[in-house]
Design a binder for this molecule. Sequence first.
Ligand SMILES: Cc1ncc(COP(=O)(O)O)c(C=O)c1O
Length: 429
Amino acid sequence: MSDPIQQLDRRHLWHPFCQAETGPDLPVAIQGQGAHLFTQDGGRYLDLVSSWWVTLHGHGEPSIAAAIARQAARLEQVIFADFTHAPAAELAAGLAALLPGDLNKVFFSDDGSTAVEVALKMALQYFPLTGQSERTEILAFDQGYHGDTVGAMSVGHSSGYFRAWQSLLFPVSMLPWPATWAGDQTVEAKEQAALAALDAALSERVAAVILEPLIQGAGGMRLCRPAFLQQVAEKVRAAGALLIFDEVMTGFGRTGSLFACEQITLVPDLVCLSKGLTGGFLPMGATVARDGFCQLFVGKTLDRAFLHGHSYTANPLGCAAGLASLKLLTRADCGAARRQIAEIHERRVARLAASLPHLQARTIGTIAAITLREGRYGDDSAKAIKTLFWDNGMLIRPLGPVVYFLPPYCVSLDELERAWDLLEQAVRL
Ligand SMILES: Cc1ncc(COP(=O)(O)O)c(C=O)c1O
């Protein structure tokens, strides 16, 4: 017999990406502390997926919790079309200071999907303002994922998640993504083919190219090399189209730099942020634009303005959490923790790549992944490994056959090594 919360859950809740009929009763989470989640039945789980890639410094991080509490006691919410406030202004300034070049203008929204919708809508409004009304097409990369709202689904339609809603989606051409891994001998040929496809697709009708820089997340933790990204950026810029980097997953230190876009020399026109933006405490998104881009929307009439907004735009609690999170992120000890995680991933990936090359082991920054076999999201390839980890007090959430680690930065190095030991043991069995 399940407990009362589970009974209420079964009666009234509808969970994301779950099949209630075949799924188990879900454990009741009662506390999060550091890298761990605690459940009502006495379970303690190492959160190796940062609770869907949001938890940056750890669950219950005291300085973020305190910042939210302080802000809640002063100003919990205010209509952002008629007011500004210190947490929003200071967070925007903090993001601008960390992002490269003149990425200085921040438009807040609610989550990763809305950050992407905002970028797409801005890109489409931009070109008529420059007199290039024919630029209406969007290009994206095969198996990229950008969220679950209609525009985000359209630019991620090849990810395989959205078959039920094909009729809603606007047409987007997909380019090949040269996914690579440790010891990959085919990477150069894949990159050349992808660049040739990009050359063929870029025309005077293209408004923007959107991509997840350096690593496609939900599509299966698929890495590309920075040099490829650099060439893509150069081609897109030379063709006069806008470059949109969806850094919803890669932002805030996940890929070795604070933002993946720092690993190339060109500055993207728009950057989408969410997930780690509030350290994982509150839902919030941001779309950051370059100064010159934003300037085009400024004029004497409202029809030039960007007529888009959400009730909770720039929610003061989210902004206060974001500021507290940025403060931690830019400390030397946080950088050192990220480097130590990356070193463990690199060593363990090299070991796996040497002995089991078919697993296509790969890593970038604090993210590491392997592919067990050919497969797709929703298949059972990694079910046994997920259960093994669960039985050993570790939470993973494989993407079909792809098993990955993306821990919060406070994870203990011993525990991370133990997770790798368990993974090695599982794949050698
Ligand atoms: C790269 C990327 N973009 C957008 C999204 C959508 O974010 P959200 O789930 O907050 O809407 C995600 C979510 O996983 C993502 O990984």
